[in-house]
Ligand binder design. Structure first.
Ligand SMILES: [Zn+2]
Length: 215
């Protein structure tokens, strides 16, 4: 253990009075040169993985502490390790970060492709169930539903896509909003149930149109 001192001290071996950090040897303070630790590099606390690796690779290492008057205890400042060990640890951490970054990138790319597939699948299914629904609306509903589906239901998308009950619900929800004055009624202070009942008739007729194949 190496101490970052709060007061001036004198090295018991070389007599240096301005020798920086010290370590205790049989109850007597030694400067790092006299303790043969001067060749080590300081790594400040904060990066647990880097610290762990640097210490592992270092044949010699020491923990640096400093006494906190406020907290009345020694607090860890960092470690002293061999320069080569720190370099090796840094390289490993960088490689790890790089691997993680590339893994995330691949995952994102995979999801984009999956989402697009899912959205297309959904659009086909909506189109099959509601052949009278304008294709622009089909695309909108599919996009909206797939965004919600991907967050909520996870990656069981294709199984879910084939669940026509879920699709019907999504289409009904879509019809309730832009196809009616539902939001206006809610804004006007109508109870949700009353508003739904008022727009139910409009929504039903919209759905009826959407269910009917265009002639
Ligand atoms: Zn000394």
């Amino acid at each position: 253990m190496v101490v970052s001192p709060l007061k001036e001290w004198t090295c018991s071996a070389c007599g240096d009075t301005d020798a920086g950090w010290l370590t205790m040897d049989d109850g007597a303070p030694l400067c790092l040169s006299c303790a043969d630790l001067a060749h080590l590099t300081f790594l400040g606390a904060g990066d647990a993985a880097l610290t762990r690796r640097a210490r592992k690779h270092s044949r010699l290492s020491a923990v640096v502490v400093r006494f906190s008057r406020a907290r009345r205890r020694y607090e860890r400042q960092g470690v002293l390790v061999e320069e080569s060990a720190l370099e090796q640890a840094e390289a490993e951490c960088l490689a790890d970060a790089d691997v993680r970054l590339r893994r995330r990138q691949r995952e994102r790319e995979r999801r984009t492709v999956e989402d697009a597939d899912f959205e297309r699948e959904l659009a086909n299914e909506i189109d099959r169930l509601f052949p009278g629904c304008p294709s622009e609306r089909v695309k909108e509903i599919a996009a909206h539903t797939s965004r919600r589906g991907s967050g909520r239901i996870g990656r069981t998308a294709s199984a879910w896509a084939l669940d026509s009950a879920a699709i019907r619900l999504a289409v009904v929800a879509a019809a309730r909003h832009p196809e009616s004055d539902y939001d206006d009624l809610l804004m006007a202070g109508l109870e949700r149930s009353q508003a739904r009942e008022r727009v139910r008739i409009i929504v039903d007729s919209v759905l009826e149109q959407w269910r009917t194949p265009p002639s």
